[in-house]
Write a protein that binds this ligand. Structure first.
Ligand SMILES: [Cu+2]
Length: 102
């Protein structure tokens, strides 16, 4: 009974540590991509960004021609993100500096 409780507490601790670490590593940057004019542009850019190691999530605003990218700053950088979009024909500029994403 006690052993089972200890195992449960250990798992709980490991899980919360893992979540805390992921939160600390998360940063978000917004990129402006003038060439992004339709859904297929968006999909191509999405694939290119998600292929970058350390990218966690993307949120597109097609009207504003921007994408907000959440990434692990220990693994990649906002410069790597603009390089990835430029490599497939969509030059991007950084609208907002990397910030801690909640
Ligand atoms: Cu397009």
């Amino acid at each position: 009974m006690l052993k089972r409780t200890l195992v449960f507490l250990a798992l709980l601790l490991i899980t919360s540590l893992a979540l805390a670490e992921r939160d600390n590593d998360n940063e978000a940057v917004t990129l402006s991509i003038p060439n992004m004019v339709c859904m297929s542009c968006e999909m191509r850019i999405d694939q290119a960004l998600l292929a970058v190691d350390g990218v966690v999530a993307t949120r597109f605003d097609l009207d504003a021609k921007t994408v907000t990218v959440h990434f692990n700053a220990d693994v990649t950088s906002s410069e790597a993100l603009t390089e990835a979009t430029e490599a497939i024909g969509y030059p991007a500029t950084i609208v907002s500096s990397p910030t801690e994403a909640g």
